[in-house]
Ligand binder design. Structure first.
Ligand SMILES: [Zn+2]
Length: 170
């Protein structure tokens, strides 16, 4: 069993739950400067997304590379002590992230993950935000008209071969 020392662990819990982190503030101020209106930390949505663009039905998560297991230098850095503990923690975060994205998609929300390391390149970040947010047609179309799988008729009933009058008598 590997346990993080309790002091370290509470620092972790704070880090995992932290809001208003620097990367998040970077994304927020950029989205704001680009003229998009959004709300913060909507608890009513799966995963409580960091930025929520209600009218566009889009949500942005700003993820720390280490905590969410990004495939980058910082995400790959693993403390030598208690490595299994960290790995389990990060794996749990990753599976929760995947579940949250699926739940949002099922509810008709598009989501974007912005990684901490991506917030350092302002130009690239700007391009990503614009590409994600400016494009509204598909989301609006989806909202107006249910997607095909929702309208598809259910499978024809199987011919089970009626078994009336075929009850075993005892
Ligand atoms: Zn990263």
């Amino acid at each position: 069993m590997s346990e993080a020392p309790s002091e370290t662990r509470s620092a972790i819990m704070r880090a995992v739950k932290s809001r208003d982190t620097k990367p998040e503030m970077t994304v927020r101020s950029l989205a704001h400067r680009l003229g998009f209106r959004f709300r913060l930390h909507r608890r009513s949505l799966p995963g409580c997304p960091d930025l929520v663009f209600v009218a566009r039905r889009k949500a942005i998560f700003v993820n720390g590379c280490f905590w969410h297991g990004h495939d980058c230098k910082r995400g790959a850095r693993m403390p030598k002590a208690n490595a299994p503990y960290w790995r389990a923690k990060i794996a749990a975060n990753q599976s929760r992230d995947a579940r949250v994205r699926a739940e949002l998609a099922a509810a008709g929300w598009e989501s974007l993950t912005v990684w901490e390391c991506e917030t350092r390149d302002a130009e690239a970040l700007r391009a990503r935000l614009v590409a994600f947010l400016a494009e509204t047609s598909s989301a609006l179309a989806l909202r107006r008209r249910p997607s095909s799988f929702e309208t598809a008729p259910s499978d024809p009933p199987q011919d089970e071969g009626r078994q009336t009058g075929n009850k075993p008598s005892s």
